[in-house]
Design a binder for this molecule. Structure first.
Ligand SMILES: [Fe+2]
Length: 477
């Protein structure tokens, strides 16, 4: 017989025993969507990465489940009727998505994918499985309900709209950089607006979580859980920033599933009348991970821009929009690269290794989206440090150079930055409010941008229409 005091002791432990039940390691979490890419078989390169065979271990994607993903150096576009679902479990499970048309029978279709093991490079060497399932054959522009996981654990039910592949579609974007796990001030507003259906896609222009690798990558987990309420509903398209650099960008490379075969470092895709290019400015700053990455990206950019500028392509996707983390220009009062004349990302004067300003100008890039500075800044059309307005009265009507927007104030633990009190002539509008940018590519000639201040409860504090009768290099003259 158990003595009374022993029984009491056991009973007092009961709550602890309940709390001690381990979490369900087969439960999907950190669910997010992205557009996949389609291989157009243009530019075979023998070996994209210098670090593939070195440290840390590379992500190995399953070519069958992730179209085009293992094919090197090719040109990718959005694939009508497809979507990639990515999520995490801490035990190995199957990778399944069950889905159906919204309003129809739930889960009447299913698709299988594969999981890759990601071992974080921190002290604990934490392991997680990143699952990827590519849904294909979706009805363009139709809405679907889905959940993901396996028979030993399912996610909540989410919904999304399949890629509308019409070139007359007018997609609506939210875009920002520098959103952290701590002080993510704009997140609640972005979540609500996304769930209200205000956006077709989100662009996160580098610097996630602050930082994903910290606390043995638990900060990365927590951040990916935080953005699930956006990213499980609309494609969450990304590029890397400096806060992803630890362990050779491995948290970034493993957790996201962007088009192409570059582990989400650089790629392009199409939506409506826009060709959108995502790139890594970090190849200019972390040369220890391979100077050849800089040249490989540059060569890929050149080929991609050349292809996008073929008359038959530019006729249907006239807008070329780039996104990269560190700006070419900015007027903040820190000592960042963009505050210097002829920054590393620009690099006009001593073009070895080659910078991007001349390349983008030559191929008629219309709009360049940046972050990194924890502020919002809109530039007048600018090339080679000179203002190139369309006209005095209408600077953004037929501009004579690319338009630059810097939007890195979504919210993070580093707070906002300060501006230099004496900006150069190309600085058109500046704000240190927390916030983010909205963009709509309305049609072949009209593109709208506006800046939302979260500090001012969602007030639009800046807006412009970029209007172009002509695109491409010849439009500058
Ligand atoms: Fe940054």
């Amino acid at each position: 017989m158990v003595p009374v005091h022993a029984a009491c002791a056991l009973l007092s432990l009961a709550p602890l025993l309940v709390l001690g039940v381990p979490p369900i390691w087969t439960q999907p979490e950190q669910v997010h969507l992205s557009y996949p890419g389609k291989c157009l078989n243009l530019l075979p390169l023998p070996h994209v990465f210098s670090f593939r065979d070195t440290f840390p271990p590379p992500l190995l994607c399953n070519a069958n489940q992730y179209p085009g993903h293992m094919t090197l150096g090719f040109f990718f576009t959005g694939v009508p009727g497809s979507m990639v679902v990515t999520w995490t479990t801490f035990n190995k499970t199957e990778s399944k998505v069950e889905y159906g048309l919204l309003g129809g029978r739930l889960f009447e279709m299913s698709a299988k994918g594969d999981a890759t093991l990601f071992v974080d490079w921190g002290e604990e060497k934490r392991k997680m499985f990143i699952h990827r399932v590519s849904l294909t054959g979706l009805k363009p522009a139709a809405s679907y309900a889905y959940h993901c996981g396996s028979d030993v654990g399912w996610s909540d039910v989410f919904f999304f709209t399949a890629l509308n592949d019409s070139t007359s579609f007018s997609p609506r974007f939210a875009l920002y950089g520098d959103l952290g796990n701590e002080n993510p001030q704009s997140l609640a507003r972005l979540q609500k607006e996304t769930q209200l259906g205000m956006y077709d896609v989100i662009l996160h222009i580098g610097d996630f979580a602050y930082d994903m690798h910290e606390d043995n990558a638990r900060i990365g987990d927590e951040f990916m859980r935080q953005i699930q309420s956006i990213a499980a509903y609309v494609p969450y398209m990304t590029c890397p920033g400096n806060h992803e650099a630890t362990y050779n960008f491995s948290n970034y490379r493993n957790r996201f599933s962007m088009p192409g075969n570059t582990e989400s470092l650089w790629y392009s895709w199409n939506l409506g009348s826009a060709h959108i290019i995502s790139l890594s400015t970090e190849v200019y700053f972390y040369l220890e991970f391979g100077l050849e990455l800089l040249f490989k990206q540059y060569e890929w950019l050149r080929k991609d821009l050349e292809e996008a500028n073929k008359p038959e392509n530019r006729a249907v996707r006239p807008w070329i929009i780039t996104m990269g983390h560190r700006p070419m220009y900015c007027s903040d009062d820190d000592q960042d690269d963009c505050t210097t004349f002829d920054s590393k990302v620009c690099k006009r004067q001593n073009p070895i290794p080659p910078g991007l300003e001349d390349l983008f100008y030559r191929y008629g890039v219309d709009l360049e989206l940046w972050a990194h500075e924890h502020t919002y800044e809109r530039l007048w059309p600018v090339y080679s440090d000179k203002v190139c307005n369309g006209s005095k009265e209408q600077p953004y009507v037929n501009p004579k150079a690319p338009v630059h927007i810097i939007t890195g104030s979504a919210g993070c633990r580093e707070r906002t930055d300060r501006f230099n009190p004496n900006p150069k002539d190309w600085s058109a509008f500046r704000s240190t409010d927390y916030g983010y940018t909205r963009m709509q590519v309305v049609n072949a000639s009209h593109l709208y941008l506006e800046q939302v201040s979260d500090d001012e409860y969602g007030k639009v504090i800046d807006s412009i229409w970029v209007v172009k009768d002509k695109h491409g290099f010849s439009a500058w003259f």
